[in-house]
Design a protein around this ligand. Sequence first.
Ligand code: ATP
Length: 330
Amino acid sequence: KEIVVSGIRSTGYLHLGNYFGAIRNYIRMQETFNCYFFVADWHSLTTHPDPKDLRSNVFRVLAENIASGLDPEKVALYVQSDIPEIAELYLLLNMLAYKGELERVPTFKDKVRLQPENVNAGLLTYPVLMSADILIHRAVKVPVGKDQEQHLEMACHYAQRFNSRYGELFPEPVAFNFGDNLVKIPSLDGEGKMSKSENQMATLYLSDSDELIRKKLSKAKTDSGPAEPGAPMSDSISNLFLLMEQVSTPEVIKHFRDTYENQSIRYGDMKKQLGDDMVNFIAPIREKALALQHDQTYLNRIMKEGAEKARESAAQTLQQARKLIGIHYY
Ligand code: ATP
């Protein structure tokens, strides 16, 4: 079975981008691949979260993954900080990562702009830790959204560098999505992507109430009317169609595409329909997650079992990495 790894940071509430970029793939892959999915709690420390928030975020990310359909019996579902082998591999890979290339990573530059008072080394070496997350299980496929594409290329570089310096150990992982292209779920204000930690009124969360989902959609950006036939659709309207394609039936999508084409579309109607379909999609996940989130006994058991599975695989890789590097003295 091919090995798959992917993680979600414990930085807040999960949203549609996390679902359609990552979790939807997890659910499909769990049937046929050897899957390692984790809550990336170390990664979330770059923004110095309050310890209480960190804890509740970790439990929520676990609960929301399971509520979305992830089956902990079929995959290793664990928390990153339970696997010390990842930290050691991160240290080893740091010796193969160069400051200049890390400084050129666009997401690092964004963070420098967003949090100039806290440009810590963890932010700079984020792609190295992410590479360690993946390479520790020698994964070949990594289901992620479009925003992670470049980090994945870096994981390939580190794998290549390690292999050519010390000997073949790591396969080169590829970013994966069922249906070819990696997904980017845009934010409702037309600026960038939906995200856990930015622009919360323009992001639809799996925990949003029915009312809030409808409200956010009603405020979503549109344009002043359909373009002339043949002219390109504006970004804000194609974003609404993109969301519709995730949750509505083919008949509904066709209806609104047709009315757009013949310029009789009413954006208010489209948003209302999208609101109904979105509520039908999100509400069952929200309710399930809410029930699970407070079942600490169950979630603790899942975490422990997941960590055991993940450590077994991680320890094997680390042992070989140490040996190839020359760290074996006894
Ligand atoms: P933060 O706001 O804290 O940066 P995030 O919402 O960007 O968090 P991550 O934890 O960094 O989420 O990413 C988890 C997974 O969700 C990754 O595979 C990422 O590619 C995917 N993802 C995040 N946002 C989107 C989006 N808008 N569209 C598609 N995929 C996304």
